[in-house]
Design a protein around this ligand. Sequence first.
Ligand code: F0G
Length: 368
Amino acid sequence: MSTGYYSGLIDRYRSVLPLAEDSRAISLCEGNTPLVLCKNLEQANQKEIKMYLKYEGLNPTGSFKDRGMTVAVTQAVYEGSRAIICASTGNTSASAAAYAARAGIKAFVLIPEGNIAMGKLAQAMMHGAIILQIRGNFDDGMRLVKEVAENAPVNIVNSINPYRLQGQKTAAYEIVEELGCAPDFHCIPVGNAGNISAYWMGYSEIAAKASAHAPETATTSGLEARPRMLGYQAAGAAPFIAGKPIENPETVATAIRIGHPQSWDLAQRAVEESKGWFHAFSDEQILAAQMLLTAREGIFCEPASATSVAGALHDIEHDNIPGGSTVVCTLTGHGLKDPDIAIRQSSAELVTIDAELKSVKDAILKNL
Ligand code: F0G
């Protein structure tokens, strides 16, 4: 009997995932995240643009990585693996650590020393991952992980593992199910370039299935359409704008501090086939978008995630996204991941008062 209990994206989408029927899902009930319609952004409202936020920060470990990790770890366990390994700017390590704990296997994570947000480090530590801080950046970590996995009995769970992208494509399925069709534009931050590739795979599968059925039904369902994919980077870490990998990437959005994206070809194809584009934004623009969402929409995402909104607002203002469009921005990770940056950029004043009624009343009157 169906109880309505949501048990995670493998149970929900197993028919479109390349998992063996008898594989046991390692799940934390990830996926099924809200698609929040923006209400208060004048830029969108004035042009009658429906702008939705796919709030992936509400996954179990606070980022979209859980979608890919549930599938990658399920497959690793099915293959008999006792350990997984990844390089990470933070979120992949948090997710790998959590799913490894759930599965009862070991997680080894390589993170760039001094360049990972505090919340993400706390997660990896609490879930019992073996943490290797490297004197180098994410790209160095990625190179090392690829080398070591050739010689050691560990499964790589970075997005070069195809099961990762398979899991992440389910976000596109959820969006199409909720909207009834694909949006006109999909805005997404690009770091290692796995997620933009995964969404494009999801949208393309849905469209291909709809087209295959269309001849029978005379009318089209609208499901054949795919969005234009807009990939946004941080200006200091923008290899897709440079047209080649870059050394020494730098940005306040540490999650996307990446110069050698692994899914280069897939991401290029997603943008080209969809007639989309790449664009880059300064750290100031990214943080301003983060602040705008937090203050005006009540939604707190981490800096890297806000890149999608910085991009969408820029492209709306410049009429690259025309009035009347439907836009989805993926908010890849929760704002609580990176409290340091949030507190540093917040202009909120911390007022200390005596523990007495008059002081509270005075403070209220002063601020009303
Ligand atoms: N946003 C956040 C919050 C991320 O953590 C990442 C990637 C991205 C966007 C970019 O996604 O790599 O698929 O293009 N974080 C990886 C990590 C690299 O190690 O956690 P991408």
